[in-house]
Design a protein around this ligand. Structure first.
Ligand code: ADP
Length: 886
């Protein structure tokens, strides 16, 4: 039934989709919105609009309960209510959301959807007449005759009867009375249906009743039921005026002047209402049977407890957590291997082996839906993208992602929770994580499993074992919950820097994937494909404003960072962006084209943390249905000029001197002098330091070896993540030096000929996060210790490599080319190599060979001679005989 005359609502309305609460014409309802579509509607329409028309939106119930705002539009109810948003309050706590106060105007039906994103816009047809109500219901002759007239009279009588049962001194009742007098009768079913206690379903029935007759028929039983209910209460409770006041107390949230109050006995007692709501939630949480039993028991206890009891809060918290947990809520996996490959490739450069293995893993999961696959564990140095690959896996699967940092966790209740008998008891990280993601099949990244600790409070690794074991984790019991939760749908991925410190039982359950570091070339690519664009974006800059050429990147990598991953490289780009941002901001106004940028004044205001900011699009507008004339005709421009957007960002021109190009000079200005150029010679200014050459997956590296000695009992301490072979080299080196101490006149601190007597020695290999192993540091350790014991400095421009034997021979090692290149990069002038590696020098580029002075050594004596300025005394006699008679 289209309306004849009266006022027309716009034929195109943006739609607010609600899944709880039904707005009826003539009433005002508060809606809390947080789904993306609704948020867009508020931020892009209500807060941007400058006319009255833009404050009119359609409120439409959707029949499916959208836990998540999925891509496809949920089914919409066929009829909705056009309403005027009279207040918008934004807050970002606990998550960004708006609270809207909307007054219903009239029904409409959706005749077609015009667009679905960013918010729904629909072509609508108005179903109710909308006009200024001038004729009070009590005066004049009702226009309707026959059945309708009878119905409307009956309804009015019932409303009057209800009013008669209420205490007029209560303000809300007085308002009710005024409304009854001032509204025409045809408006009564809608208004009363939203005032008295009715379920959403009943309100929907009233909404669906398009003809007046039907509407009266639907609403009348609700009204009489309310009257009967009140009669019953009066009889049983003998309500005094005080009690009655409570009966009519305004419901939480319905504080808009007299428009929404609830005449139901159940609402009288907020506490009772609370537990009832909780009980409903308990039943609605779809939890396991055992959990439900526990919850109902606790609920029973809760009902008997006075609120002041401390245990009340504990039980309440427990129940709140139980209903919040995603017992049977999960996201649907959307796995398409081809899409996954593209996504992984787009997110990550290089790391081909890892990506291939991840794809295999995903493909197997797709074929075999049972989840008992191995748990992937990414092992590699920091900043090589382990976490970020984990995040991509979650994205390819369409699952939620949650990171659980295990570094330093040494208490098993961190994983498994505290029993509820403890004061301040809490669930463990697993359950907390599930609560956060709110689905039971997320991807959990167990970060740094190699850093798990151990303490008196139990072994967290043991708790983790239970979590990861597919045979056990379908009934994981958190101490706090005390009922089993099924973790078998969770996809666990672990990361670690080294497998060496992962508890063996845990390691046994995981498939280790090594993530090696990057070469210089790979870093440059990663920087230009990912890091720089990301950093620009994060700092609000564009490539038109800042340009970092490739050779600058190379310079940053070699002179300002020394790492296997790209994390500190990323930070350097961050520093550059900040510096440039200051320049840009100081010199010019930044052109902003994106209207939803954080600088947007309206948005910023709305998001003041914790402080609700209210925007009244129409100043001084008093909103109730009897004064609709004030807000009409539609389309009147809004007088509130604060909201107009035309004043923003008048300066749209890009300043001519952009982009700012970062060359070496600019780099030095921003990042300071290079960090690593000078290091070799600087660090060799004390006795007890020598430079070795190491081979890593990154290519060659220079490797410092530091030694110090102190009074003690002859102990050797080794630090810097060394493997076994390296430790053996250290012992070998010490033994050889002790055996040859006399020849070289090496002494301990007080001059005794045994260097270890009453002396402790500490050997350290800096860059502790990278595991170092292999025999090739032998000569370096000997040189370093010889320097320490003799008090002489090692030549500042020397680096060396070679394996040693107990007898002092120098054996050949691998990776000479990479090592020499690294030495060259680091500015070393002399390289000491094992004699038998001489042939490897041929592979070197000619310019490197020309720049360096190579010393090949067959024994340690030759090494020491070459490493110290002026040689090392007493060498001739200790020359080991190569012509062994054995
Ligand atoms: P990890 O977990 O190994 O310590 P992260 O995953 O935190 O390292 O990575 C650090 C940063 O480096 C992230 O911003 C990540 O996106 C980036 N990154 C690392 N490797 C790559 C790569 N191969 N391609 C693109 N970005 C990378």
């Amino acid at each position: 039934m289209a309306s004849g005359g009266g006022i027309q609502i716009p034929s195109r309305l943006p739609l607010l989709l609600t899944h709880e609460g039904v707005l009826l014409p003539g009433s005002t309802v508060r809606f809390s919105v947080d789904s993306p579509r609704n948020m867009h509607l508020v931020s892009q329409r209500l807060l941007k609009g400058t006319s009255l028309k833009s404050t009119i939106i359609g409120v439409i119930p959707n029949t499916r309960d959208p836990e998540h705002d999925t891509d496809d539009l949920p089914t919409l109810h066929k009829i909705g209510t056009a309403g005027i948003a009279v207040q918008v309050v934004g807050s970002n706590w606990p998550k960004p959301h708006y609270t809207l106060l909307i007054t219903g105007l009239c029904r409409f039906s959706v005749s077609g959807l015009l667009k679905e994103r960013p918010f729904v816009l629909a072509e609508v047809q108005q179903l109710d007449k909308l006009e200024q109500y001038t004729t009070p219901a009590t005066e004049g002759v009702p226009a309707e005759e026959g059945e309708l007239g009878e119905l409307s009279h009956k309804f009015y009588q019932a409303a009057v009867q209800l009013l008669g049962m209420l205490d007029m001194s209560v303000p809300v009742v007085a308002k009710f009375r005024r409304l009854l007098d001032s509204l025409p009768r045809e408006a009564l079913p809608d208004v009363l249906a939203s005032m008295i206690r009715t379920s959403n379903k009943e309100k929907l029935q009233v909404l669906d009743a398009v003809t007046l007759e039907e509407r009266f028929k639907k609403a009348l039983p609700m009204l009489t039921r309310q009257i009967e209910g009140l009669k019953l209460i009066k009889k049983t409770r003998k309500i005094g005026p005080d009690n009655e006041k409570r009966v009519l107390s305004v419901r939480k949230g319905g504080v808009f002047p007299g428009r929404q109050f609830n005449l139901d006995e159940e609402d009288e007692d907020e506490d009772g209402d609370d537990t009832a709501a909780l009980e409903r939630k308990v039943h609605g949480a779809k939890m396991s049977e055992a959990a439900l039993r526990v919850c109902l028991k606790e609920l029973k206890r809760l009902k008997k407890m006075p609120q002041s009891m401390p245990e009340y809060a504990l039980t309440r918290n427990y129940l709140d957590l139980m209903v919040e947990l995603p017992w049977s809520k999960s996201t649907k996996d959307c796995l398409d291997i081809r899409a996954a490959r593209t996504l992984l490739d787009n997110d990550h450069y290089a790391m081909d082996k890892l990506k291939r293995r991840v794809l295999e893993y995903l493909a197997v999961r797709q074929l075999k839906t049972s989840l008992k696959g191995p748990i992937l564990c990414f092992v590699g140095p920091p900043g090589v993208g382990k976490t970020s690959v984990g995040r991509s896996i979650a994205r390819t699967l369409g699952r939620e992602f949650h990171r659980i940092a295990l570094g330093g966790v040494c208490d098993q209740s961190d994983i498994r929770g505290h029993r509820r008998t403890y004061v301040g008891s809490m669930p463990g990280r697993i359950i907390n994580g599930l609560k956060t993601v709110a689905v039971n099949n997320p991807v959990f990244l167990l970060d740094e499993v190699d850093k798990l600790g151990k303490s008196l409070q139990g072994d967290p690794a043991a708790a983790l074992l239970e979590v990861l074991d597919p045979e056990q984790n379908h009934s994981f019991t958190d101490h706090y919950l005390n009922v089993a939760f099924d973790l078998s749908q969770v996809l666990f991925i672990a990361t670690a820097n080294t497998t060496a410190t992962i508890p063996p039982a845990l390691l046994d359950r995981m498939e280790v994937l090594q993530v090696p570091g990057y070469t210089q070339e790979e870093k440059v690519e990663i920087a230009h494909r990912h890091l720089i664009p990301n950093q620009l974006d994060q700092h609000g800059l564009t490539p038109q404003q800042l340009h970092i050429p490739q050779d600058t990147t190379q310079h940053i990598i070699s002179s300002y960072t020394r790492e296997a991953g790209v994390r500190s490289l990323e930070r350097k780009f961050g520093a550059i962006c900040r510096a440039v941002a200051v320049k840009v901001a100081e010199g010019h106004r930044v052109p902003k084209t994106d209207a939803s940028s954080p600088e947007d004044p309206t948005q910023q205001d709305v998001y003041i943390n914790g402080t609700p900011y209210s925007l009244l699009p129409v100043q001084g507008m008093s909103v109730n249905s009897t004064s609709l004339d004030k807000i009409l005709p539609f389309g009147t421009p809004c007088t509130n000029s604060d909201v107009t957007s035309s004043m923003r960002y008048p300066d749209k021109a890009v300043p001519p001197e952009l982009p700012i190009v970062i060359d070496h000079v600019a780099l030095k200005d921003i990042l300071g002098p290079p960090l690593f150029e000078m290091e070799v010679s600087e660090r060799l200014t004390l006795p007890g330091v020598a430079v070795g050459l190491a081979w890593t997956p990154l290519g060659g590296e220079i490797l410092f070896v530091e030694a110090s000695r102190m009074e003690g009992e002859g102990q050797l301490t080794l630090t810097g993540q060394l493997g076994d072979v390296m430790k053996e080299s250290a012992h070998l080196a010490i033994s050889w030096l002790r055996a040859n101490a006399k020849t070289y006149q090496l002494t301990n601190m007080v001059g005794s000929p045994d260097p270890l007597e009453a002396t402790d020695i500490h050997l350290h290999f800096p860059a502790g996060a990278v595991t170092k192993d292999g025999p090739s540091a032998g000569v370096t350790i000997v040189t370093c210790l010889a320097s320490l014991f003799s008090g002489r400095l090692v030549r500042s421009d020397v680096a060396m490599t070679g394996e040693i034997t107990l007898r002092g021979l120098v054996l050949p090692v691998g990776g000479i080319k990479d090592k020499v290149l690294a030495a060259h990069r680091a500015g070393v002038k002399r390289v000491i190599l094992p004699k038998r590696n001489e042939k490897d020098l041929e592979e070197l580029p000619a310019n490197v060979r020309a720049d360096l002075d190579f010393v090949t050594a067959a024994n340690l004596d030759q090494v020491l001679n070459a490493a110290f300025d002026g040689g090392f005394p007493g060498t001739a006699s200790t020359h080991p005989q190569l012509s062994s008679k054995l």
